[in-house]
Design a protein around this ligand. Structure first.
Ligand SMILES: C[S@@+](CC[C@H](N)C(=O)[O-])C[C@H]1O[C@@H](n2cnc3c(N)ncnc32)[C@H](O)[C@@H]1O
Length: 285
């Protein structure tokens, strides 16, 4: 989609640049890691055969494909995302799987002019924390839902509760320069929805009712140790830092390896995750 304009221009550029390159490169292992918690969220939404479902921030499309299987050929799963490179992967996977009812749209969910009341349900796996104006974005999605239409999404709780995201940076910290002042906790980014009351306020202002915010705790696989180290150096807060400062990679890698090795089992490295599974209903009747 056109970059350099719109309220989410910075995020659109980010998700068409290095972040997209990383997700595309290690898509299979990221899908394996977060599939169980994405599935729990989809079960909470319970898409039915024939439903038309919107997948917000669908990325490389794993969840859109699963939604399209659940709604069947009589339904439709539409993945919306501003990342061209990630949607290229999603489209290829849908074609390979023969899922014609999985479709994709390169656009910003905050501003796209959806046909009003055209979806039965909306879903997101970690795709709703990047809006500059979350109330406007969720109001836009709500208008796209039919009256009484439901949404379910998955988002991270705090970094401290999520070693899967924060342990590599904690291990690397002694080898890095002192961090700049801490970012605004509500700023667009993976942890923007860590505060449960913020989620409830945003959804209520956007016109949703019956808002449920349920804590979900689950150990997630990071794969064999070598793979876990590689992922840790490319993803999350440490991966973002190293993309801008690759000169620190050699210094931090041994510390990250030692920290991850402490969570190794015969089945690989497993780390705690802490998420919210959020559900709500369009209050329009
Ligand atoms: C953490 S990734 C998750 C991708 C995918 N849902 C998954 O679980 O594999 C976040 C996704 O949100 C998308 N995103 C960011 N801002 C967005 C916006 N304004 N509208 C729609 N999607 C957005 C990104 O492009 C990216 O694909």
């Amino acid at each position: 989609m056109p970059q350099g304009a719109g309220p989410n221009a910075d995020q659109v550029a980010h998700w068409n640049g290095p972040a997209a390159a990383t997700w595309v490169a290690i898509q299979a292992r990221l899908d394996r890691q977060i599939e169980p918690i994405g599935r729990a969220t989809m079960d909470a939404l319970a898409p039915g055969v024939g439903d038309r479902v919107l997948d917000i921030g669908c990325g490389c499309g794993a969840s859109t494909l699963e939604l399209s299987r659940r709604v069947g050929a009589a339904g439709e799963a539409l993945g919306i995302d501003p990342s061209g490179p990630m949607l290229d992967v999603a489209r290829r996977r849908a074609t390979e799987a023969g899922l014609a009812q999985a479709r994709f749209l390169e656009a910003d969910a905050q501003t796209h002019a959806f046909a009003p009341a055209s979806f039965d349900k909306a879903y997101s796996r970690f795709g709703v924390m990047f809006f500059a104006d979350p109330v406007a974005a969720f109001a836009n999605v709500r208008r796209a839902l039919k009256p009484e239409g439901r949404i379910a999404f998955l988002c991270w709780r705090t970094p401290a509760e999520n070693p899967i995201m924060s342990l590599p940076m904690a291990a690397a910290r002694p080898h890095l320069p002192a961090p700049a002042s801490p970012p605004d906790p509500g700023a667009p980014g993976p942890f923007a929805f860590a505060d449960r009351s913020r989620i409830e306020t945003i959804l209520a202002r956007a016109g949703f009712a019956d808002i449920g915010v349920v804590a979900h705790d689950e150990k997630l696989t990071a794969g064999p140790l070598d793979e876990a180290v590689d992922t840790a150096l490319r993803m999350g807060p440490l991966g973002s830092f190293l993309r801008e400062h690759p000169e620190f990679k050699a210094a931090v890698e041994p510390a990250v390896r030692i920290a991850l090795a402490q969570h190794q089992s015969p089945r690989g490295v497993f780390l705690d995750s802490a998420t919210w599974i959020v559900t709500a209903r369009n209050s329009t009747v």
